[in-house]
Design a protein around this ligand. Structure first.
Ligand code: PMV
Length: 313
């Protein structure tokens, strides 16, 4: 049995701007997506076909279920390049809005490359996984989520027309993920911003220049472990995202509510929903947690997890 896993992610600074070749800073989280791969049945006999068992749906490969889209694509790429094999691929999912699509591809690629004895490096896993996601996703995608799932930890990520730079940064303490309770569509919001870009090209060039500066300064604050400074930059970045039309009344209320306990808080990712990321004041962590419990808002402390991993037993 092959068991692989990859972490989910949250964006700390630079969303949207990263889609246009600018840098961002993102972090892995302590919620992982697990993939189990078996090429024998419980009696040790060879399997007669390939099956997928994911998100509570069992199906023969190729699966007709939209939910299995990325798994279908991942398996199809291996069959096309390295030949057909029979196996059962099972996943244990993680909550939505935390990078499950990228994690399922990366963990799937790790498990399958192990089955095919390819001995791939993380760079090879990244390249193969990113090609799959680019093919499967309708709109533009920077690939930052794939990079976090592969390398783990906190990273600075830049994708200048396919020229990719990934730099590992220090782990950050006291980061809290807060669920807005609303699911947002990354594809639609990326499209919306690209339409605004067409209309207000110069304004958005200016905005992205400022976000570049925020990311550069953020990297310094992370290196110096200056979380007050990092929080200030997160607030500025959030203000810009709000000005771009990516916040909502409810998100602003949540952010205002946690202000007394945090150095900074912002949308994480495409916007208008999914998760907020906050950096809390060391001495206020318990108060923040209590506040979030009182207002019945799902949350968890982010512990940066390792990248993709595999074990065979
Ligand atoms: O919504 P998420 O967590 O998938 O993040 C989207 C981040 C964007 O910069 C808006 C898109 C991207 O591909 O980087």
């Amino acid at each position: 049995m092959i068991h692989s896993s990859a972490p989910g992610k949250l964006m700390l600074l630079g969303e949207h701007s990263v889609v246009y070749g600018n840098p961002c800073i993102a972090t892995s989280i302590n919620k992982r997506l697990d993939v189990y791969l078996n090429d024998k049945n419980e009696h040790g006999k060879e399997l007669k076909c390939t099956t997928i068992d994911a998100l509570g749906i069992k199906s023969k490969f190729p699966s007709n279920f939209e939910q299995h889209k990325f798994l279908n694509l991942t398996i199809a790429k291996f069959f096309e390049k390295y030949g057909h094999k029979n196996f059962k691929l099972t996943t244990k999912p993680m909550p939505k809005g935390l990078g499950s699509s990228s994690a399922v591809v990366v963990a799937g690629v790790k498990a399958l490359s192990t089955l095919y004895n390819l001995n791939w490096s993380n760079d090879e896993i990244f390249k193969f996984s990113y090609d799959i996601v680019k093919e499967g996703q309708k709109g533009k995608a920077s690939g930052y989520d794939i990079a976090v799932a592969v390398y783990g930890g906190t990273i600075r990520y830049e994708n200048k027309k396919g020229n990719i730079h990934i730099k590992k940064l220090k782990n950050i303490r006291n980061l809290i993920a807060i669920d807005t309770g609303v699911k947002s569509s990354t594809t639609e919001l990326v499209r919306e911003i690209s339409e605004k870009m067409e209309k207000y090209g110069q304004i958005f060039c200016g905005i992205f220049k400022i976000i570049n500066k925020i990311v550069d300064e953020g990297e310094k604050e992370i290196t110096d472990e200056n979380y007050k400074g990092l929080g200030e930059l997160m607030n500025i970045n959030h203000g810009i995202l709000n000005a771009m039309g990516l916040s909502t009344y409810e998100i602003e209320n949540l952010i205002n509510g946690i202000k007394p306990y945090s150095y900074g808080a912002k949308i994480s990712g495409a916007g208008r929903g999914d998760y907020i990321i906050a950096i809390c004041k060391e001495q206020s962590k318990n108060n923040l947690m209590n506040y979030l419990r009182d207002v019945k808002t799902e949350h968890f402390e982010i512990l940066q997890d390792k990248g993709v991993d595999v074990e065979i037993y």
